[in-house]
Design a protein around this ligand. Sequence first.
Ligand code: FAD
Length: 413
Amino acid sequence: MSTGEIRRVIIIGAGQAGGETAQRLRQGGFEGEITLIGEEPAAPYQRPPLSKAYLKGDLDIDRLMLRPASMYAEERIALLTKTRAVWIDRANRKVRVEGGRELPYDALVLATGAKPRKLPLVGADLEGVYLFRTAADVDRVREKFVSGAKLIVIGAGYIGLEVAAVARQLGLNVTVIETAVRPLARVTSPEVAGFFLDEHTRQGVRFVLGGQPALIKGSDRVTGVALTDGAELPADLVIAGIGVTPDIAIAEQCGLTVNNGIVTDRQCRTSDPNIFAIGDCAARPMVHYNGQIVRLESVHNAVEGAKIVAATLTGGKEHTEEAPWFWSDQYDLKLQIAGLFHGYDRVVFRGVMADRAFAAFYYKGDKLIAVDAVNRPAEYLGAKMLIQTGRTLPPNLLEDMSRPMKELVASAR
Ligand code: FAD
């Protein structure tokens, strides 16, 4: 189908990726119908502040919104909130929503995101045990975040550690249980993980590393967590931060190719040429990593998908992809990440951890593949540019703090 024949675009999932797509289609000059279907009650909003400023009470819901609610009507985007899409009829190009209404499409974008993993434990449904994905999840938790309350966070990934940081700042007693022997095991090197472990410990967070929760204790509401080694930890609140699974139910129902996410090509096109998939639910070839098919969970990835699809559907200039990036805020530490560190064989540090401002550069052979920069924006930006343009720097140059990062980047090949 040529772009000129596309009159009706339906987007399933009114989150970061879906909301961005609708808006970018209009910005790209698409004049046809856009329907944005979302099961949450709110217009598209940003999730990152949920475990940061919003949890702390420094932001209200209006500040989370991707765009003002009035924008959707102004841009002629039909936003259907509290509406779940339940069926895709590929042969007749129709989406059915709960209640039975059927909506025809010429192009369909799946932006269904991911679902938080539930604790696979007895007691996981008790009052006081929370998941952390939506504004509604956080609203339920926020009022319980009072000084002196005993919080157990299960899972020491970025979200778990961000929640722990906010909780300590609000005066809660915090214990983090992690089944791996270190925090952030899936997402960074042992050195950087060790830095964050020390920082949290200094702030008063207790860690149970290598701990296996066996049972959430309580009769009508949570009272603690029992571990497989027999230990019992008291709790008023338990927050599970044990990762997410891509929401691929509707893609599976209609027979699209899935493999840890809805598989797409570089243009975000699924195994059906009229259906695209973007954001946390999708896996696509990464241009900066030899076309390796990867599913990312980040705002940047959601926005990249929206830009790629909008360019394809409007016949606009092909979007030049940026290297992947991500961030995490914990206490006064701003961690900025560019690239994908998996498969690195060498890590080089610039700056010292004791100063709480340093960057870890990850190399595979002589190629720079990723950076973790803590309170070091110049190192983050420089490394991101190098990864983006496929250039690299000899590691020994990076260790030389007398040379500004900008100068090093300019000399890179
Ligand atoms: P989502 O934003 O999850 O949106 C998907 C939407 O689709 C949801 O509203 C869902 O209800 C809806 N949906 C699903 N199925 C259907 C259906 N059948 N019908 C209708 N609607 C449907 N990323 C960063 O880069 N930096 C951070 O610091 C950061 N912090 C985070 C903190 C938290 C607490 C969380 C939860 C995430 C964080 N992320 C962060 C990740 C980032 O928010 C996600 O990667 C991003 O939101 C993905 O966008 P998405 O549109 O793919 O999915």
